[in-house]
Design a protein around this ligand. Sequence first.
Ligand code: C2E
Ligand code: MG
Ligand code: MG
Ligand code: MG
Length: 289
Amino acid sequence: FALYQVKSKRSSGVEFFSSDHEKILTQRHLIELELQANDFASELKLDYQPIIELKSGRVVGYEALARWDSARFGRISPEAFIPAAERTAVIGRMTRILFAQALEALAIMPKHLRLSFNLSARDICDHETSMALLAMITRSGVDPRRIEFEITETALLSDFDTADQVISMLRAAGISIALDDFGTGFSSLSHIHRLAFDKLKIDKGFVMNFDRDARCMSITRSVANLCQNLGIASVAEGVESEEIADGLKAIGVRLAQGYYFSRPLPLELAIDYAARCESAVSARNSLSA
Ligand code: C2E
Ligand code: MG
Ligand code: MG
Ligand code: MG
């Protein structure tokens, strides 16, 4: 939780928080207040984490990840401010601000690269937000087939029918949909059965322990097989070592992202990274030719 500065900004010497629980509640409340009191638009940005095709070593696209550098609190984790934005109903506006940046990035990125953008549960259960996102894509002139929305299963629990309708509408427009953090929370095979996903993202909890824990390995292998049988792509997130990358490739996972390849980066650096991977692949191919 990246809000340790909170305490020091209060009057000095006073023990403001009485327990960890209270501290967390206070921090939550302070983020909510900050979202409502000040305009966060200029403080939000996206970083871009490369997504690698394991077989070729090429970058196929990026995941856009939100960053908030608050003038008051410093950097706050999306794990903290996205739920706060959902609770205070500013999420719709926040999503539009971030998505506008994502579309600008897509216009600059090489045309063969795609961008994955996270939608919150509130976004995917809201016709108004999804219509607004579609209109933004049309206005930007970006090819919708370069865009993927990531959603989590929590989003499906609150209002399945609306989420179903919104997902169908987005897919009809050419956008692909990935199920994020698969295997955590409220995973259900009926979700995969009832909704058409283009991709499953295997949660980093399984991937990170892949080489040390036989059960994580089995679960990851099963999800990779499930994806192959369904004819959809699998992505492993949280790949932190070469051993894990090699192991995932061996069991047929198609795509991967993680600190081993690259951390989330500012746009220019993310574009450079993809170009360097392309050169490395070309150099290897001309050597073996
Ligand atoms: P997520 O969509 O599952 O994103 C993956 C998270 O794993 C990111 O955390 C990423 O920085 C982190 N990660 C990537 N590679 C590694 C690795 O090798 N090791 C480890 N330990 N972590 C890795 P981040 O950026 O803090 O984002 C956290 C969550 O916040 C995201 O999880 C997503 O649910 C949410 N989020 C981020 N940006 C947005 C956004 O623009 N909109 C919405 N609605 N949610 C967002
Ligand atoms: Mg994601
Ligand atoms: Mg994830
Ligand atoms: Mg996550």
